[in-house]
Design a protein around this ligand. Structure first.
Ligand code: MTE
Ligand code: MO
Length: 392
């Protein structure tokens, strides 16, 4: 299954859903998940993977610029977004294993020195819908990823003001999500070392504007290079703990098998570890899968990223993986951000082609030929591919 086929399938599905909705008079989003829809204000054209808790995917062809425009930035919510957020009444508390617990208002927070980090944010479940056999969870295609410039005070400044005790080992974040029924709240923690990193932020801004509610207004954690789940939105509480937070979203959630699982195999919790930094990955953003191409000079474009590591190279194959040629990396560059890449392809004859991209990072990690299957479908990073037809 490819994203292109999903995209075409869902686009025609949306036409059907829209026609049906107008015929029987209800809002298509309430009933139809997985549709391409224009109905989320400020998020035109995004793929709706879930409407109950809003999950919006970026169609990969929208990733044309190094910085993803906020209206094309994916949204991942495990529960309901807070229905009301009063910036004047909002406070962020810092407590736990600290000398001087305190709470800070938004006005006080905005007086602290602001630091900017351009980060590629990717959901751990991005690509889950491509796993075989299928795994439960939001069936993301390839677009639960985007790059933004996030700004706000460094988390360490807030922690230093409280004075972390020597017993402090993990930093827990709680958001203001509205938790439906009896499900466990979205609370997770990150190790103190990552929390104290100069690039870990309490971000109030994204791409030069105040955060949208979808992205965590008025403040979110920004844990660069790590899975999106580390970057808690709608922050209300930061608590220093003497150990990793115990809760559903730390275990069994967001854990990977310690040794490769056989596809379809169950894995015991004791044989897993938390997912932290992202893997090495590339994405072909143009041409689109299924495209019919004219001419003998075709530019293949894409993105490549590697979490806390840098991209060393991207290679492209136009013969289904028999031979590989280097792509040219774009000049825009930041520590935790993806690199744009291009490859000038000159197909010698018309016909059907499989175009592949494969990234290697500065830690020597290379994208695998086959996805690394695991029971929750995290960190899908197989070599990307599109199938295209070069016309005579
Ligand atoms: N409070 C809260 N924070 C959250 C989530 C959530 O459901 N609630 N989802 C997380 C997940 S799984 C991801 S991938 C990122 C997505 O960030 P975005 O919606 O701004 O793209 O937010 C993270 N932060
Ligand atoms: Mo996520």
């Amino acid at each position: 299954m490819t994203t292109r086929r999903n995209f075409v399938g869902t686009a025609s599905g949306a036409v059907f859903a829209g026609a049906l909705a107008s015929a029987i008079g209800f809002h298509p989003l309430l009933a139809w998940a997985g549709e391409k829809s224009l109905a989320i204000p400020g998020k035109d054209g995004m793929l709706v993977r879930s409407a109950r808790f809003l999950d919006l995917e970026m169609p990969v062809e929208y990733a044309a610029d190094w910085i993803t425009p906020t209206h094309h930035f994916f949204v991942r919510n495990h529960m309901h977004e807070p229905s009301t957020l009063d910036p004047a009444g909002w406070k962020l508390s810092i407590s736990g294993e600290v000398e001087k617990p305190y709470a800070i208002s938004l006005t006080e927070l905005s007086k602290l020195a602001s630091h900017s980090v351009t980060n590629t944010l990717e959901c751990a479940g991005n690509g889950r819908g491509l796993q075989n056999p299928k795994v439960p969870g939001v069936q993301w295609g390839k677009g639960a990823v985007g790059t933004g410039t996030f700004s706000g005070p460094q988390l360490r400044v807030l922690l230093e003001r409280a004075g972390v005790k020597s017993a402090g080992k993990h930093v827990m974040f709680r958001g203001l999500d509205q938790v439906p029924g009896k499900v466990p709240p979205f609370i997770r923690s990150i190790p103190l070392e990552k929390a104290m990193d100069a690039d870990t932020l309490v971000a109030t801004h994204m791409n030069g504007a105040v955060l949208l509610k979808h992205h965590g207004f008025p403040a979110r954690a920004l844990v660069p290079g790590w899975i999106g789940a580390a970057s808690c939105k709608w922050l209300t509480e930061i608590k220093v703990l003497d150990k990793e937070f115990e809760g559903n979203f730390m275990s069994p959630g967001y854990r990977m098998p310690n040794t490769a699982a056989k596809p379809g195999e169950a894995v015991k919790p004791e044989n897993t570890h938390p997912v932290t930094a992202l893997g090495v990955k590339s994405l072909i953003t143009s041409p689109a899968d299924g495209a019919a191409l004219k001419g003998r000079a075709i530019a293949v474009h894409g993105m490549a990223w590697a979490g806390e590591a840098d991209i060393a190279r991207v290679e492209v194959s136009t013969d289904a993986g028999t031979t590989w040629k280097p792509a040219r990396l774009g000049h825009d560059h930041a520590k935790y951000a993806w690199r744009q890449w291009t490859y000038a392809w000159q197909p010698q004859k018309p016909g059907a082609y499989v175009v592949l991209s494969r990234a290697t990072d500065t830690q020597g990690r290379v994208q695998p030929d086959q996805p690394v299957w695991n029971p929750s479908g995290y960190l899908y990073n197989a070599i990307d591919q599109v199938k295209v037809h070069v016309e005579a």
